[in-house]
Design a binder for this molecule. Structure first.
Ligand SMILES: [Zn+2]
Length: 355
């Protein structure tokens, strides 16, 4: 099915000030926010806010949602984001599993499909599977709302600006394949490609009350980190930041698929394979401590399939390592099973809100 994606004929989406207003509507949720508060929070004049909100309402992105009592004056009309005004696809392409989900404009998942894949089967058949699942998902778009695009998250290394994977550890056949452009052509949608860890970190960074700087440490089929500093993901100029799994923690340790030895990932996954989860947690804790000391972040968030299978073991193990080093950084869990796929949808949604 071919979708009319340029149908989001929303000039407002191209305006920086409109993005500011939309982001305040997004974070206000169902409570809504008045025009006066929007003016106070953005520094825009009430006239400018009225003009922007009129345009957002005309475009179906915002709606009036009743009145709220205000101190002193008359009750104020509040405005809300209309989550069904547009949708985005999030794709999590893992080494052994494909998850595609449809998120509304507020980032909430409204449909999800999952199937096993083998990244080692090579890009040809795997991209066929992605195309098939996304097309099926697009058939589930409520009332045919416009789909802004698809965010695709996969293991690194990769170049997110070029939309091309690098030498994914253990899967060299993906290196240099123009995954983003190929999927964009197949799906007829704008596509953004990023690392799985960056996508999850972006989604987590956009939650209300998220800390300004944190590391999302992901342990699943691989080990990596998504870094958020000053509210924005730190990708590095070559999308090479956050390769936590390939930090050498044991000189002359066992060889790793990346070409190095004694990498955090190879040691941690070996402990997981032996069923020694407490030891795996301790190794993960060493990696987390290195990150905390390097970046002085507000929080460490643990996620990924292996962590979520024994969350308390991993949280306790990582906390113990940090405490032993007198590091007071809180350790939390990113418990959403589909944090990467949800974050992948945010790759497309975030620019709407100026993020
Ligand atoms: Zn390595």
């Amino acid at each position: 099915m071919k979708r009319d994606v340029v149908g989001v004929n929303v000039p407002a989406l191209r305006s920086h000030n409109a993005a500011l207003v939309l982001d305040l509507l997004r974070t206000a949720g169902e409570t809504g926010i008045s025009r006066l508060e929007l003016a106070e929070r953005t520094g825009l004049t009430p006239q400018a806010v009225s003009k922007i909100t009129a345009r957002l309402r005309a475009d179906g992105l915002a709606t009036e949602a009743g009145h709220r009592a205000s101190t002193g004056g008359k009750p104020r009309t509040v405005l809300c984001l209309v989550p069904s005004a547009a949708y985005a696809v999030g794709v999590h392409l893992d080494r052994d599993e494909l998850t595609v989900l449809l998120a509304d404009l507020a980032g909430a998942a409204v449909a999800l499909r999952r199937r096993p894949v083998d990244l080692g089967a090579g890009p040809g058949s795997v991209l066929d599977a992605v195309t098939e699942e996304v097309r099926a998902l697009l058939g589930e778009v409520p009332s045919g709302g416009p789909v802004l695009g698809a965010g695709v998250a996969m293991p690194g290394p990769l170049d997110h600006r070029a939309g091309v994977p690098g030498r994914v550890t253990g899967f060299p056949e993906w290196a240099g394949r123009p995954v983003r452009d190929e999927l964009a052509a197949r799906l007829g949608l704008p596509v953004v490609l990023d690392k799985d860890t960056n996508a999850a970190a972006l989604g987590l960074a956009l939650r209300p009350a998220a800390p300004g700087s944190f590391a999302y440490v992901h342990l699943g089929t691989g080990l990596g980190a998504g870094l958020v500093l000053g509210g924005a993901p730190l990708r590095g100029d070559r999308t090479g930041a956050g390769e936590l799994g390939h930090q050498t923690v044991r000189l002359d340790g066992p060889p790793c698929g990346c070409g190095g030895r004694g990498c955090l990932e190879v040691l941690c996954l070996a402990a997981v394979a032996r069923g020694e989860l407490a030891e795996a947690a301790r190794i993960l804790g060493v990696g987390a401590a290195n990150l905390v000391r390097l970046l002085d972040i507000d929080q460490v968030l643990l996620g990924g399939r292996v962590v979520l299978a024994a969350p308390e073991v991993f949280a306790a193990g990582v906390r113990e390592v940090l405490a032993g080093l007198d590091l007071a950084t809180p350790v939390g869990l990113a418990t959403a099973r589909d944090a990467v796929a949800e974050g992948a949808a945010w790759l497309t949604l975030a620019p709407v809100f100026g993020k």
